[in-house]
Design a protein around this ligand. Structure first.
Ligand code: 13P
Length: 287
């Protein structure tokens, strides 16, 4: 059931668990995530970066595929189709394409410009019943060409953006997209606690979910994080399972080269990873 992310995240915040945002790249990713959410009776957010949107030939294609798949698989758990790290123009494209949720990443703009653009997009999203995420303090690392330095957000700026009526807020707390370097210092819980104290009941978003130790995830949830984004980890397990299949020579046995067989181990690996994360985040049975 395609819905905005507002209600599922308000419930998660109140219930002290988090909903996973899993980024999609193609049909296999989408199907694996939807089926796992349904099996575990968990709400879920499908994240689409601008790069992944382009790869899938545009947001219109993505929205059509997700809507049709949601229907044909008989998915009854709440599913939000969400633009990840959207540009100003990207937000408008996704609104038009039929997404149910958008993220406007204005974190690289001066705060006044972030405020002006976020205000405009909050109105657009809410008039159409969509949810909207904003960001303060860039998330480190690189995702699909979007590069951030990994700053910690200023709690005052978080309050300023939260007060514009966004539905959930991504605040940089030392998190980084992709695999964490060996010398990573961990999440800044000091920053998270300060942001949480400023923004009331606003669900907070933790980007860069890949590789964050379980105990830091649990602590972040206790401090107001209600949405956790995972992308790279699904890519890594998909690649590894596919490598094992090919290295075992299975693509050369019988009709093992059939894409439905070749991609099956990766598909199952994504399902297992999404299940592991939903259990860790506490969203199982919360649909
Ligand atoms: P990872 O790729 O590090 O899991 O980050 C995902 C993310 O934050 C998407 O916005």
């Amino acid at each position: 059931m395609l819905v905005s992310a507002t209600e599922m995240l308000n419930k998660a915040r109140a219930g002290k668990y988090a909903v996973g945002q899993f980024n999609i790249n193609n049909l296999e990713w989408t199907k694996a995530i939807l089926l796992t959410a349904q099996e575990l009776n968990s709400p879920v957010i499908l994240g689409v970066s601008e790069g992944a949107g382009k790869y899938m030939t545009g947001f219109k294609t993505v929205a059509a595929m997700v809507k049709a798949m949601d229907e044909s698989l008989g998915i009854t758990v709440p599913v939000a189709l969400h633009l990840d790290h959207g540009s100003y123009e990207g937000c408008y494209k996704c609104v038009k394409a039929g997404f149910t949720s958008i993220m406007f990443d204005g974190s690289h703009f001066p705060i006044a410009e972030n405020v002006a653009k976020t205000t405009e997009l909050v109105n657009v999203a809410h008039n159409l019943g969509l949810s909207i995420e904003a960001e303060v303090g860039a998330i480190g690392g690189e995702e699909d060409g979007v590069v951030g330095k990994g700053e910690c957000a200023d709690p005052e700026e978080c309050k300023q953006i939260a007060d514009l009526g966004v539905d959930f807020l991504a605040a940089g707390i030392g998190n980084i997209h992709g695999v964490y370097p060996a010398n990573w210092e961990g999440l800044s819980f000091e920053t998270l606690a300060a942001v949480n104290a400023k923004v009331g009941e606003m669900p907070l978003v933790l980007h860069g979910g890949t590789g964050i130790p379980d105990e830091q995830i649990t602590k972040a949830i206790s401090l107001g994080v209600a949405k956790i984004n995972v992308n790279t980890e699904c890519q890594l397990v998909f690649a590894e399972a596919t490598r094992q299949y090919i290295e075992a020579g299975k693509d050369r046995q019988g009709k093992g080269f059939d894409p439905r067989k070749l991609l099956a181990p990766g598909f199952e690996a994504i399902k297992a990873k999404v299940k592991e994360k939903m259990e860790l985040f506490g969203s199982v049975g919360k649909a």
